[in-house]
Design a protein around this ligand. Sequence first.
Ligand code: SF4
Length: 391
Amino acid sequence: MTTVDLPLLPLGRGTDRGSERGVECPGDLPAASDPDLVARARAAKEALGERVFVLGHHYQRDEVIQFADVTGDSFKLARDAAGRPDAEFIVFCGVHFMAESADILTAPHQQVVLPDLAAGCSMADMARLPQVEAAWRALADAGVQDDVVPVTYMNSSADIKAFCGRNGGVVCTSSNAEVALEWAFEQKGAGSKVLFLPDQHLGRNTAVLQMGLSLDDCVVWNPLLPGGGLTEQQLRDARMILWKGHCSVHGRFSPDVVHELRATIPDVQILVHPECRHEVVLEADLVGSTEFIIKTVEAAPPGSTWAIGTELNLVQRLAKAHPEQRILFLDKDVCYCSTMNRIDLPHFVWAMESLVAGTVPNRIEVDPDTERDALVALQRMLDLPGKSHKD
Ligand code: SF4
């Protein structure tokens, strides 16, 4: 039986302390209009010195990124934090699953802080452990569970990573998804299947465009439907069982805008992230991870024109850093990642000043059992051959 476990709270209503969704920031948040916010953040950072290490995800606002000791994608940041064991506090300017990963990869004495607990990720929220366990049981009922290797994208909660660790699976990033899938398909011989969590688009784009599987090899498991909305025969026939999750930011890009841009700007190059829908990726000139997007723009000759399909804070930062190029956002509407944007200067100042005052606010702590199993899946990723592990 499928567990119907709606992960998302109605906007602005209700809280769930267990998952930290909708939990408000405790304490006195400085007013966003306070003209001294930058000076206060700077003073708090100076006061904490080497005791604090500030991580800034690429999709964060400039007002926060200016205080980051390092910037990067989620996996790089977690590894950077692990490389600074002298830092007592890791302030993660990103979203909840990233802070969990940092807690898993850092030493026990390091405390990870998320400046706003409402900074979740809609994609990660689309795969909850009870739902995934229900799907796993359905795979057993269909007689295929022994052939299935679960693979989860980095953008998933710690308990989903732990599920993969317990069940012979692996974590992947958008850079190494192909290598991770190759590894997964080798684990169970000829009839191997993959359950790919939680981003159907990264799973489909990797399987079809990089590994040569067909769209017919892929089925989509909908956790809100009995039996995932699939027959046992469909499960037996499939090679990729894609979880019905997506990124609400990357899912917005459409082939129509690509066509319009190509009609009006003939030399435009379309550069997108593999979290975009398959039909958008098919229309793109280049597809790759956040790091790939940054490196591609940095290496491009002056005068190049790019329309980029990824989070808007990053696209704007690239446009500012590369005035010699024409950089456009691949959407007509302004659309930031709303949860990434929860981390603003007032929350950052509040978190840093709390640390200075001797209180550790919004600590993200993964329980030891989950951490142990999640580390198994993360270690399998680190042991994959070849490609880098940046997403
Ligand atoms: S950009 Fe997408 S995947 Fe990244 S945090 Fe926002 S919703 Fe999640």
